[in-house]
Design a protein around this ligand. Sequence first.
Ligand code: ADP
Ligand code: MG
Length: 241
Amino acid sequence: MVHCTQVVKRFAGRGGQVAGLDDVSFEIARGEFVAIQGPSGSGKSTLLLTLGGMLRPTSGSVSILGQDLYALSGSARARFRAERLGFVFQLFHLVPYLDVRSNVLAGLPTIDAAARERVESLIHGLGLAPRARELPSTLSAGERQRVALARALAKQPPLILADEPTGNLDPENAALVFNRLAEYQRGGGTVLVVTHGSDAAPHANRVLRLAAGRVTDSAAASRSSIPLSADLPSTPLNRSS
Ligand code: ADP
Ligand code: MG
């Protein structure tokens, strides 16, 4: 699903180059929920932007679903991102002048009747129905992050990348976000979350650690097996509601 190979990202900084990522390699299999933990400044956002096709690495390669992202032209990469990847950001990044429903619809590359139905079901399922016509500025942080999550889920992407998605949430809303991502995984999705704390670890199959732009170690997480849908016959598959 994700092949990150010897990725180096250097930034121009005071007195020379600053290493954002320093030879990072790892793979994520389809159906995994991987958490990458690292302190502030360790390169988490740089890594996620690079994996998401928004930041070209200085060297190394990123391949997602068999596609070498940076071999694509800028517009082909934008299309790939729009169709195949879901993003959830710490600061939500909602469109301030669109209401909740329109913000969720904005996550879709194309809007048809089935997509509209999916959006309504997500809005209901995430408890946003009473706020569907409100602007983001009137919402709580927890509600804004649920809108951002609905926007990422709406296109049913094969991969969701989340950058500290619970960094600004109270424990209750943080649990809701992680539970919803775990549910998306049970429906066959793949999740990569980067966090500075350990709150994603209980939901992850695997935890990697990032320090000073390097993946330093990996440890088995509390959930030892990948719950591919085939292993869970009693769990209803429920991608979008
Ligand atoms: P994190 O998300 O883990 O807090 P970042 O990926 O934002 O860390 O940053 C990693 C390092 O790269 C930091 O030293 C940061 O200052 C540097 N960095 C990130 N983006 C840029 C940029 N656009 N220009 C220069 N330096 C950057
Ligand atoms: Mg960051």
